[in-house]
Design a protein around this ligand. Sequence first.
Ligand SMILES: [Fe+2]
Length: 292
Amino acid sequence: MSSTISVTPGKNVIGAEVSGVDLSRPMDDETFSVIENGFRAHRLLVFRGQELSAQQQVAFSKRFGKLEDFPDPKDQADGFKTVLRVTNIDRATGGIKPVDDPGHKSFTLGTSAWHIDSSFRTLPSRASMLYGIEVPKKGGDTMFADTTLAYDALPEKRRADLHRLDVVHDFEETRRRHNLPPRPPEVQAATPPARHPLVTQRENGRRALFLGSHATGIDGMNDEEARSLLDDLVTVATKPEFTYRHKWTSGDLVMFDNICVMHQAMPYDLANARRLSHRTTVAGDKPLARVS
Ligand SMILES: [Fe+2]
């Protein structure tokens, strides 16, 4: 094992920084287990000063499990279907995409709301790794909010009321909210709405709220009531004491738990500042566990 790897909790209650590890190199099991345990304990890990090809990012990410595919070739990095380009740069021209390009606009609006990657899937994903390559000098931070801490902070009676609720998560919700045209029916058919418990029990016994902007309704509740409850819980979960703000430097890789960590992209000068990140996402292998 590398003798220098260390996991240092941040100032906030969510997240830790991992140093002394080069993610581009093959990793022995002992080093990997330090990272895995750190991730379980802190739910968000920051690795700085990395230099990763798409292939190396895939190799590291795959240590955690099977990766999700991004089916549209124009979104894929270097021909890897498991690496999503998160960017305002047009691959064909190398220049900045027009701000009003519909696909780009919907992505920007979608990621600027608090969300959990892939919450609309039947099997929610386990984690995402976001690797910053080109980062704007100003703006473009990512905010993270921990719904484990938010759950813990709720009064006991309120928690019990939430345990029985199922939430519908739909990828189309963001488009509807921003009055963007729906995706073609065949694309929608590939990601139909999914239902998940509002509160999930993790393997370590802790509980978390499963929320985010793809959440569109609650079974057995009228739309208005459901919207108000979901919005209220997001407000609780995004209180400053439950959040971490990452200011990007090129070479940062941030890995976050996609069951109990929501995130949100902060604005930057879309028309003039270049931004390119590569995202990999570890697929889920089972439905979310209910509170027993
Ligand atoms: Fe995201």
